[in-house]
Design a protein. Structure first.
Length: 287
């Protein structure tokens, strides 16, 4: 007689794959946006639900799609990332992903609620993916420049006056540095915000990249300029190849020509000249 005992494993429901992390990418550079989207969308547990080129569009996308994480640039036209940040963090954790490395900008971003701060060129693709996953869980990520700015702020701030008894000496520390002033109010509607950090990444003022970087002197072709933008964003040859739909060998050939035209021997040197941050004569023109 055939055994009629039911197999308990036949009644178990099939495992449901985890819901992918939903990400909004906000950066005014379309090449950087495309590269980040391609990189993140290639991971099975991450999906990019929207892209944005300025702070207001980023807020609209976040409000519509309710993402798990927002990747946000600092300097964008119209409403910049710092101005939009207090509104975005009400919807989802925000990870700053930017070329802006000035200490005061890092500190302001953190004070307005950013969950992490990554500077292009200071992280790998895998580190970026890990940061996106961790930010969702409330674990902060900082690249060295951002971590240094945070440490500098902590050292400037007044020591705690509520240490347990027996710890600390009120007379042993050096004179206190002035406490940072209060953050500006953000009670006004987002539609009334004006940019207060700078302009687009192709030409801003302040302590970042010079307002006018004359790249025509490098005489790069359109494809070479596109690849140079990706190099400056910190992408590897493999990521550039995937973004541009070309082989890694072709990427290497382009990079060799780019380095020759920029009179550079490394990615860092080429990126500094391309972004206008190289010191000395190389920041003003070809030697």
């Amino acid at each position: 007689m055939q055994d009629q005992t039911p197999n308990p494993f036949e009644t178990l429901p099939s495992a449901t794959p985890p819901t992918p992390l939903r990400v909004v990418v906000a950066d005014d550079n379309p090449v950087v946006r495309a590269g980040l989207t391609a990189l993140l969308s290639g991971r099975p547990d991450i999906t990019v639900v929207a892209e944005a080129a300025d702070g207001r569009t980023a807020w609209e996308a976040a409000h519509t799609h309710r993402p798990d994480v927002v990747l946000l640039d600092v300097r964008m036209p119209g409403v910049d990332g710092i101005s939009a940040l207090p509104y975005l963090v009400r919807i989802a954790p925000v990870l700053m992903l930017t070329y802006s490395r000035e200490s005061q900008i890092v500190q302001e971003a953190l004070s307005r609620g950013a969950g992490g701060y990554l500077v292009h060129g200071e992280f790998t693709a895998d580190q970026l993916v890990d940061a996106v996953r961790d930010i969702k869980e409330g674990r902060p990520h900082f690249t060295p420049t951002a971590a240094g700015a945070l440490l500098a702020q902590l050292r400037r701030d007044r020591p705690s006056s509520s240490l347990p008894e027996g710890l600390g000496d009120a007379t042993a520390h050096a004179p206190e540095a002035p406490m940072p002033g209060p953050s500006p109010s953000f009670a006004e509607p987002l539609s009334q915000l004006q940019p207060n950090v700078g302009q687009s990444s192709s030409g801003w003022t302040g302590g970042g990249r010079p307002a006018a970087v004359d790249r025509s002197r490098f005489q790069l072709s359109a494809r070479e300029a596109e690849i140079m933008d990706l190099i400056a964003s910190g992408m590897t040859n493999q990521q550039i190849a995937a973004t541009c739909f070309i082989s890694e060998k072709t990427v290497k050939n382009h990079i060799n020509r780019i380095f020759a035209k920029l009179h550079s021997t490394s990615r860092a040197e080429a990126a500094a000249k391309w972004l206008g941050t190289a010191p000395g004569p190389s920041a003003r023109g070809l030697r």
